[in-house]
Design a protein around this ligand. Structure first.
Ligand code: MCN
Ligand code: CUM
Length: 783
């Protein structure tokens, strides 16, 4: 192919990110960059207590303060029937507290003033009298029948939210009864928070003259937010325009609807002026969508050689005060039942019980793929426990138990149909590339000298691309996604998608997909996302669903355009449609390759010279309802050295071999992997949000809740295998969350491997140096 033609086949190439020039130069347009004429500012009054009755709320002093236009209390919202709002999980949540507060930093009142400073100063003047109640912070204690009932609004008089299970209980029990080997491990995945650089915020702009509300918001799912807003407020959906401008990091934190959003909208409706609300860092960490907090127990039944038979998992999930986990409706524990992972278990039984506690709500965030993070961490950790028990090398054990490539499509015991994979190939590449045998030799030598070196493996399976509408919906709305492509007469393209990126590079990768389908250059294709007035309906970007859903829509929409283009080509080439061939860049008449027309020629003709009877123009919309999810996988290996004096763990090497099917843009996939590994590293070694017994949040800022700097972060090595998805239009699987899903287990397995000579079998995250130091002391290493 000539060079110019190579450029017109951009799929699979590391095309530079089109969005970077504006991001790198500080020219992104984020929510706080939006300034409208007459705009007011809102600040929220929050509860200092985790659990308390509200005796009274007196806004009078705040109303007297300079610049203050309005104070909204829970009682004001109750009068409008807005004191509570539905959550995506089918629960309800207080917008502003009435009666009692259920977590520290809960929203109690909103103060709106001419400036942000005035609003914040006046918020201090709202007089709230509380009567403190005992707090329940531990989800296991919360499920005790004697625990105080937190949610007095519910009929059910307990803190139990839901029981959910998957798999065959009887068949699993049977295999456990007769199994030669059973291992059991308690594993906690701590409460963490994605802590995006840009916190949440919005500008609500209600125009009474037109009755239209324009709501600028840091949203990963603008259409879903518009529909929810319409259902809650009663405003007609076409009179609401949701615009999600550049999003400064989402990571699942920008999927839920937060009380501050509703208050800003109510304030704009009441005052007829735009109202801006931007969270502080502390507000973001303490009150918005956290992640994980799963207390899990796993048991594996196996043969003596480590061949697995059955997996049994029991989990207590801490959801905080309201169940606002943004899972698909039918999945209260997300996709956690993928917990059998990459291994061919005959049977499995998985249970999850949700509990209310006096903490902020959430649970679905931080590159979690709807709880696959918890599942992958658990199974990868426990496979190592099994390996140690049966005395088999953890790489070898995994190979014995892998689902083999001939078994795909693979039916898992908890009901998933894995689309494709080649686990052994991926692990082999990783072992070879890291020099596994050499490393084990080095480790043996070091162990003989009393040094602590560890090697940790994680061979995870992901499940992304929610999803097929027969199973996946949020609040009843089916989870397909969409693309719309418009070719202008000069052959330039405007394409809009129903998803909304937050830094993942869609402006480049979706342009690549469409350019590839149309034989154009990526430069010719402009991607727009995030405006509900213009983009086709779609459920947004999270759970690594954009490529599996909207990516499929983009490719099929391009093919729809090409179908029409072919008809125009036949007219221009004066050849029968059956004699017109597409070579990826242009159409020509069969046997006459010199006579050809490009998509640019056809675009012009679509507006100037269509065949008689054909509708002019060249545009199409495609709603893609995927037949299945996609199942990316990976083999990650961490090598660590532990300093016996300080307990500090040094990650000497980390190799991630990912398989996300066909790759659209290798550089962008590497970037996604680097970012997710950095987050997985932070979770393994430095992040946790603890609470004291009164429910005080002990890490609501970046002094106590740590985010890794470039100095902390290890060097990442990456590689890839390619097992295309058989059902996706371009064979791609999602990848955005894989590194966070797969890496924590590799880090922890490496640390446990280093400490194994001391008899250590498990250590819960986060692995702070002091924790390791204490383990060393307990085992007599440090006195
Ligand atoms: N890609 C590709 N080839 C593939 C798969 C993906 O080139 N085979 C590209 C995609 O086209 C896209 C990117 O990689 O540009 C990620 O694609 P995908 O895996 O489909 O994930 P999404 O676009 O749906 O992104 C969501 C995912 C999630 S859920 C979280 S959380 C997360 C993540 O992306 N949040 C992020 N990565 C993030 N990256 C940034 N910079 N900021 C966030 O907030
Ligand atoms: Cu679960 S974090 Mo991402 O799905 O936005």
């Amino acid at each position: 192919m000539a060079k110019s033609q190579t450029e017109l086949r951009p799929l699979g190439k590391s095309v530079g990110r089109k969005e970077d020039p504006r991001f790198i130069r500080g020219m992104g347009r984020y929510i706080d960059d939006i300034v409208l004429p007459g705009m007011l500012y809102m600040s929220l009054v929050r509860s200092p207590y985790a659990h308390a009755r509200i005796k009274h709320v007196d806004p009078s002093a705040a109303l007297e303060a300079p610049g203050v236009k309005l104070v909204i209390t829970g009682e004001d919202l109750a009068a409008m029937d807005l004191a509570w709002m539905p959550t995506m999980a089918g629960d309800k949540q207080m917008v502003l507290a009435t009666g009692k507060v259920l977590y520290q930093y809960q929203e109690v009142a909103a103060v709106i003033a001419e400036s942000r400073e005035q609003a914040e100063d006046a918020a201090q003047l709202v007089d709230v009298e509380y009567e403190p109640l005992p707090a329940v912070v531990d989800p296991i204690q919360s499920l005790d029948p004697d625990a105080p009932v937190l949610r007095e609004d519910r009929e059910k008089k307990s803190n139990h939210i839901f029981h959910w299970e998957a798999g065959d209980k009887e068949a699993t029990e049977e295999l456990f009864r007769n199994a030669p080997v059973v291992v059991k491990q308690n594993v906690r995945f701590p409460r963490v928070h994605p802590s995006p650089l840009e916190p949440c915020g919005c500008v609500a702009d209600y125009q009474s003259s037109t009755g239209k509300l324009t709501w600028y918001v840091t949203s990963q799912a603008p259409h879903a937010h518009r529909t929810v807003l319409s259902m809650v407020s009663g405003l007609p959906e076409h009179q609401i325009r949701v615009i999600s401008p550049d999003v400064g990091g989402g990571f699942g934190n920008k999927v839920p609807v937060y009380p501050g959003y509703v208050c800003a909208i109510v304030a704009s409706l009441k005052l007829g002026r735009p109202v801006k609300w931007i969270e502080s860092r502390t507000e973001n960490i303490s009150s918005t969508g956290f992640a994980r907090d799963y207390h899990m127990t796993a048991e594996i039944a196996a043969e003596e050689d480590g061949r697995v038979l059955a997996l049994r998992v029991k989990t207590i999930a801490d959801h905080g005060a309201f169940d606002a986990a943004a899972d698909p409706s039918k999945f209260p524990a997300g996709l956690f039942s993928i917990v059998t992972g990459s291994y061919d278990f005959k049977e499995s039984f998985v249970e999850v019980d949700g509990a209310y506690t006096n903490k902020a709500p959430g649970g679905i965030a931080y590159r979690c793929s709807f709880r696959v993070t918890e599942a992958a961490y658990l199974i990868e950790r426990v496979m190592d426990v099994l390996a140690r028990r049966v005395g088999v090398d953890p790489a070898e054990l995994r190979k014995r138990d892998f689902i083999r490539k001939e078994q795909f499509p693979y039916q898992s015991p908890t009901g998933w149909t894995y689309d494709s994979g080649d686990y052994e190939k991926t692990l082999d590449l990783a072992l070879e590339k890291i020099g596994y045998e050499e490393l084990r030799k080095e480790q043996a030598e070091k162990r003989a000298r009393g040094e602590l070196m560890g090697i940790g493996i994680s061979t995870f399976t992901e499940v992304v691309g929610a999803g097929p509408s027969h199973t996946f919906d949020i609040m009843g709305i089916k989870m397909f996604d969409s693309a719309q492509i418009r070719l202008h007469p000069t052959g330039k393209v405007l394409a809009r998608l129903g998803v909304r990126h937050q830094g993942q590079g869609h402006e480049t990768t979706f342009a690549q997909i469409i350019a590839e389908e149309l034989g154009l250059s990526t430069e010719d294709v402009l991607i727009e996302e995030g405006d509900t007035d213009t983009a086709p309906y779609g459920l947004g970007t999270y759970a690594s669903r954009s490529t599996p859903t909207a990516g499929g829509a983009a490719a099929l929409c391009g093919r729809r355009i090409r179908d029409k283009a072919k008809k125009i080509a036949s007219h221009l080439l004066e050849a029968g449609e059956d004699d017109v061939v597409w070579d990826g860049v242009s159409f020509s008449a069969k046997g006459l390759p010199d006579k050809s027309v490009t998509m640019k020629d056809i675009a012009f003709a679509a507006y100037t010279n269509v065949p008689e009877g054909m509708e002019p123009g060249l545009e199409a919309t495609y709603y893609y309802d995927p037949p299945n999810l996609t199942f990316p996988h990976g083999a990650y290996i961490a090598v660590v050295d532990i300093d016996k004096g300080t307990g500090a763990v040094k990650v000497r090497r980390f190799l991630a071999v990912d398989d996300c099917g066909n790759v659209i843009n290798p550089m962008i996939v590497d970037g996604q992997v680097h970012g997710g590994l950095t987050e997985g590293f932070a979770i393994a070694f430095m992040q946790d949000i603890p609470f004291d017994e009164d429910g005080n949040c002990l890490a609501p800022n970046w002094m106590d809740y740590l985010v890794p700097t470039a100095l902390d972060t290890p060097h990442w090595e990456t590689d890839r295998t390619v097992t295309p998805s058989p059902h996706h239009p371009i064979g791609a699987k999602g990848v955005g969350e894989s590194p966070n899903v797969g890496s924590p287990a590799a880090f922890v397995n490496a640390v446990v491997d280093a400490l194994a000579p001391l008899g250590v079998e498990h250590i819960d995250m986060p692995i702070f140096p002091w924790k390791v130091w204490e383990v060393l002391r307990e085992h007599g290493v440090n006195k």
